[in-house]
Design a protein around this ligand. Structure first.
Ligand code: FEO
Length: 400
């Protein structure tokens, strides 16, 4: 995709990444891809806001070449040091040693520890402004959105907030870069939530602080470093972010996420009965087979919905291992304030329930009900499962 002029002399010079399979080496993006959005302000002084992953070095420089000669570049603003935004920095400095890098104090330290860069770095303070000629930039510290060094950059004449990870999403850009000319907005919104829960959610408190800090700043365009640029409805993505961040301390929406795993189909049989009971109560339900689905796709449902049903058998005296892994990730991501119920089969002595209760203890989930059955469920047990589902759904529906 060629560069796009967002406003006079302010250009999107980002690149799409459809090659990386795992974002952060952890989160699948094979299907979705991701964009590394970077921005060039082509004024008397010329500045780039954020860069791209090293993998995309050539493509990034091609983008830049479309607009200016790199020898003219004055500043690189490093809003965030994570290598998906800074990976090409060392190469850039070899080609353009005249460039001054701007960032926070912590950025200065990380530039040294990540890349051995000590020269040509200038620390900017929170609230400091920089005039490029016709454009004035203000640096706003937003620590832990996503790393401790993170800041945002605000351009005041066009009211553009370069927000880096905040308000961003997975999903390579499909030709359109703006919310108002994109026909797949629902996809990016969904991927913004997945990105939020996978990458940012542990820092929900700093996210809310940042939103509060920026509350009086007039913003016409949100220009994040991943995904769509929000120029028609910047308030929409801010509201969504606020809602998602608040879920860190709230049970979430009325809805149930059913996680299940099954070795020979017995727990799956029961899962269908429980799902039937839930559906009879009209409560939204998402179902994930934990063996075949990457946890990254389950996280948004777990984060946003207040009810969780775990269906998993005993495996060698413990909970079915793929389920234990999901619960472990839920602990990492601090998914709290949920109500949970569990069912599962066992072959002889059981053990999954005890293991399950140990796993959810640090999550502080409210265990409302559990039942187990031996081997294959009988008709009577399937009926019990249906009632179990309906009862849990009613509890979720009626929970304050
Ligand atoms: Fe897009 Fe925290 O990096």
């Amino acid at each position: 995709m060629p560069p796009v002029e967002i406003k006079p002399n302010i250009h999107w010079i980002g690149v799409n990444d459809r090659t990386t399979d795992l974002f952060e080496g952890l989160w699948p993006i094979t299907q979705e891809g991701v964009s590394y959005n970077a921005y060039l302000i082509n004024d008397e002084k010329k500045a780039i806001v954020d860069l791209a992953k090293a993998l995309k070095t050539d493509e990034f420089f091609d983008q830049l070449d479309h607009v200016i000669d790199i020898s003219q570049l004055d500043y690189v603003i490093v809003n965030h040091m994570e290598p998906d935004h800074s990976g090409i920095l060392r190469t850039l400095l070899r080609i353009a040693p005249q460039v001054t890098i701007l960032g926070t104090e912590k950025t200065r330290d990380m530039l040294d520890s990540f890349y051995g860069i000590r020269e040509g770095v200038r620390v900017v303070q929170d609230g400091e402004t920089l005039s490029l000629g016709q454009h004035e930039l203000t640096f706003v510290y937003t620590p832990f959105v996503h790393w401790p060094e993170t800041m945002m950059t605000y351009e005041s004449s066009e009211q553009i907030l370069f927000s880096c990870d905040a308000f961003g999403s997975y999903g390579a850009l499909r030709g359109a870069i703006f919310d108002d000319d994109c026909t797949s907005q629902a996809f990016y919104t969904q991927q913004a939530l997945r990105y939020y829960v996978n990458i940012v959610s542990v820092f929900s408190k700093p996210v809310l602080k940042a939103i509060e800090k920026l509350a009086d700043v007039p913003v016409s365009i949100i220009a994040p470093s991943h995904g769509l640029i929000w120029r028609k409805s910047p308030e929409r993505i801010i509201e969504l972010y606020k809602k998602w961040a608040e879920y860190a301390n709230e049970p979430g929406e009325i809805g149930i996420t059913m996680l299940y795993g099954s070795m020979y189909g017995n727990t799956e049989k029961m899962m269908n009965a429980v799902a039937h009971g839930i559906s009879q109560e009209g409560v939204p339900l998402d179902i994930f087979d934990v063996t075949h689905t990457h946890v990254s796709y389950m996280m948004p449902a777990l984060w946003t919905q207040r009810g969780i049903v775990v269906g998993a058998p005993t495996y060698e005296g413990s909970l079915f291992p793929p389920m234990a892994e999901v619960l472990n990730m839920a602990k990492y991501k601090r998914i709290r304030n949920k109500s949970v119920a569990r069912f599962g089969s066992y072959g002889w002595s059981g053990g999954a329930q005890r293991h399950f209760e140990n796993l959810i203890e640090p999550l502080q989930w409210n265990l409302t009900d559990s039942f187990e059955f031996v081997g294959s469920p009988s008709d009577a047990e399937l009926e019990q499962g249906e009632k179990f589902g309906a009862e849990f759904a009613r509890l979720i529906k009626e929970s304050p």
